[in-house]
Design a protein around this ligand. Structure first.
Ligand code: KIV
Length: 272
């Protein structure tokens, strides 16, 4: 694995060529961004999964650009090495290339994002090209696209139907031609995601898409065992939710029982 002081856009193709996996996790605040950056994560994604995981909206479609920006700012402030990608939320890019550029500029200028991501293939290729032409790196998102959950008929695994590979390839090629630096494939059956990765120049990032992509992304609360529910593809690499609940209940019981604060956690009148 090559040591890199700061992850830059050209490193993704180098990593794909060298067979070095690209690591991506979501982050929504300064503290977790700092922890993940120090752990060596290559890409931090301020996803619109902010809606379900942090803001309590229950979906991603409700998230607004104004809600995204303070979280993007907090993550970029906590990051030294990772490449920070910010999601354009539903309704902030679909209307026209001009709308996509204007929204992306806000994420870069006000949030400090290094790149933007939005969902869709051929239908948003003009938006992707306009963003890249404006000097902003673009990350695509294909397969299951949560902003279109209603149109897709729910959280459905992608790539199983007749013709699915050809449609995904056409979408991915449109984004690659538009200048995408990465493409996320979500909930795409593993052999199709691997075949797409081999057919594309642009590196791919999988989430529920098997081991054959150029890298992997997970929502950090799923990865760390923090969420009430997590998808079956999201391995728990820790049980942070259980540890946090135990810490909070010890705090409650020690404060109620008068054990906290003790002498060690109080200021005496005079220094010893
Ligand atoms: O918003 C998000 O967290 C995402 C990932 C699931 C890829 O888009």
């Amino acid at each position: 694995m090559t040591e890199r002081k700061k992850i830059r856009i050209h490193h993704f193709k180098e990593m794909k060529a060298a067979g070095e996996k690209i690591t991506m996790l979501t982050a929504y605040d300064f503290t977790t961004a700092k922890i993940f950056d120090a752990a060596g994560i290559d890409v931090l994604l301020v996803g619109d999964s902010l809606g379900d995981n942090v803001l309590g909206h229950g979906n991603t479609a409700a998230v607004t650009l104004d809600e995204m920006i303070p979280h993007v700012r907090a993550v970029t402030r906590g990051t030294e090495r990772a490449f920070v990608v910010a999601d354009l939320p539903f309704g902030s890019y679909e209307i026209s290339p001009e709308q996509a550029v204007a929204s992306s500029i806000r994420l870069v200028k006000e949030g400090g994002a290094h790149a933007v991501k939005f969902e869709g293939g051929r239908r948003v290729a003009a938006q992707a090209k306009a963003v890249v032409d404006a000097g902003i790196p673009f990350v695509g998102h294909l397969g299951f696209t949560p902003q279109s959950e209603n149109a897709l008929g729910g959280r459905r695994i992608q790539g199983r139907l007749e013709g699915a590979y050809d449609a995904l390839l056409a979408d991915a090629l449109a984004l690659q031609d538009a200048g995408a630096c990465l493409i996320v494939f979500e909930m795409v059956v593993a052999p199709i995601a691997a075949k797409l990765t081999a057919a594309l120049d642009v590196p791919t990032i999988g989430i529920g898409a098997g081991p054959g992509t150029s890298g992997q992304v997970l929502v950090w609360l799923d990865m760390a065992g923090m969420a009430d529910w997590s998808p079956s593809f999201a391995k728990h690499f820790g049980e942070v939710g259980t540890a946090l609940a135990a810490a909070a209940s010890s705090y409650v019981s020690e404060v109620k029982g008068g054990q906290f604060p003790d002498q060690a956690h109080s200021f005496p009148l005079a220094r010893e």
